[in-house]
Design a protein around this ligand. Structure first.
Ligand code: DGP
Ligand code: NA
Ligand code: NA
Length: 209
């Protein structure tokens, strides 16, 4: 770091994948790894169900409310927008943020329902761009065999197959694709390496966009 704080920021790390791909466990492991190395880091997740918008999303996901597909799409996006300025503040203060789902989930889950791909992207424009997207790649059939599957609205095999196809359309060369069928330890090892590279690059002044 340069000592004056300027140019030293936290990294914005996003984990994406199908339901039951192991994202949440990997996010937790990553957080304790970074903290163990002495880095300032926080784990966030979207949807953030603690806000008032998040509570509406939670009701929808647990089938306690019905909403038009466009309406819920915009609520998920609003839920990210309501955290945007805090996100920027934390990153500029030097805290690395590990995010369990972000705009990519927003686009793929809605386009899997048949909403227009470009329309789905629009409300995400202006949110902070991640430094790294890690995609935990798993066959929908494999994810469906994992414990706890099927608890919420979207956790249905046929739908997750569509979500998987939409992720493939959205992903680009900048994503790190990791085989999520490996052991938790092996997946974790690969994530740690690539994330640490980004954390160091951001400390050295890589700009935020
Ligand atoms: P999670 O808390 O990560 O299990 O996410 C809850 C569910 O909501 C999961 O099936 C993924 C889905 N989801 C997450 N973000 C979005 C989003 O922005 N839009 C839509 N339509 N679904 C999302
Ligand atoms: Na889920
Ligand atoms: Na999860």
């Amino acid at each position: 770091t340069r000592g004056d704080g300027y140019g030293s920021r936290g990294a914005l790390i996003v984990l994406e994948g199908l339901d039951r791909s192991g994202k949440s466990s990997q996010c937790r492991m990553l957080l304790s790894y970074l903290e163990g190395l002495g880095h300032s880091a926080e784990l966030w997740r979207f949807p953030d169900r603690s806000t008032s918008v998040g509570k509406m999303i939670n009701e929808y996901l647990s089938d306690k409310s019905q909403l038009d597909d466009h309406t819920i799409h915009l609520l998920f996006s609003a839920n990210r927008w309501e955290k945007r300025s805090l996100m920027e503040t934390k990153l500029k203060m030097g805290t690395t943020l590990i995010i369990d789902r972000y705009s990519y989930s927003g686009v793929v889950f809605s386009s899997a329902k048949g909403l227009d791909f470009e329309w789905c992207k629009t409300p995400e424009i202006g949110l902070l761009a991640p430094d790294l997207v890690v995609y935990l790649d798993i066959l929908p059939e494999k994810a469906a065999e994992r414990a706890g599957y099927g608890g919420e609205r979207y956790e249905q095999l046929e739908f997750q197959k569509k979500v998987s196809q939409c992720y493939k359309l959205l992903s680009d060369f900048s994503w790190e694709i990791i085989d999520a069928c490996q052991s938790m330890e092996d997946v974790g090892k690969q994530i740690k390496e690539i994330v640490l590279d980004q954390v160091m690059a951001c400390k050295k002044g890589k700009p935020l966009s």
